[in-house]
Design a protein. Sequence first.
Length: 288
Amino acid sequence: MSLVKELIEAGIHFGQRRSNWNPKMAPYIHGVRGGIHIIDIKETVKGLLLAKKYLGKIAADGKDIVFVGTKRQARATIEEQCAEAKLPYVTERWLGGTLTNFRTIRERLKRLVELEGLVESGEIKTYSKKMESQLMREMRKIYRNLNGIRDMSKLPGALIAIDVNRETNALREARNLGIPTICLLDTDGDPDLVDIPVPGNDDSMRSIAIFVREMCAAIEDGRKRGAVHQQGADEAPAEEGGQPRRRSRRSQFRAEEPPAAPAAEDAPPAADPESAPTAPEVPAASDG
């Protein structure tokens, strides 16, 4: 099944009601049906392909990509697919300063390891019942909020979010630090808050699952390319004179600008409020 057909069957092209839309999303809207905005599937595929290409590059450089999805429809999918791909994620409440005050977050994670050590060794039983209860409650709270990023030892190279309205704080922190952002956002979202917007239904569990799956696949492909490139560099023959060939470090310190949001090259014609257009037919796109 082609990616376009799969997206349409998942209902990713169904937006919010006309009365609950953000005018900035106009370039990504094809029309209206039954009072519901219909997202241009061509713009969705364009955003997906741009996001996948960029994530592959980031992953090939060995950088982490963190997923953020605290809404109920996104939690299970993100936890399952990110755990399988060994990617950091946040599915509970976004704690203010998770990125901008990352040192403090790392200290809290050290505290989690310390508390888990007390439990595993049985030493926690040496405390009073009241203190034991307090320590267990503290451990559960830290685990619930930060367990998904416990292996993220440095700031990520990119942030992927579900629903721009719900994850505004995370997106703003990332922007303040110059971390590129990718987001699945509905017709009520603000695309200006995101570097690479992927217009689509952010309430449908099926559309969220496809979006997360495609992002994880792009990251995995990027990791494989990075590993092959690194292996090839390590096995490169030495230059004449017996000295090993050195790789330039200049690229490691070259600042990368976040990608600009994809421009709508051909904005769809304005929809008649009384018309009910069907989902547009587009040529099948490559999953890559």
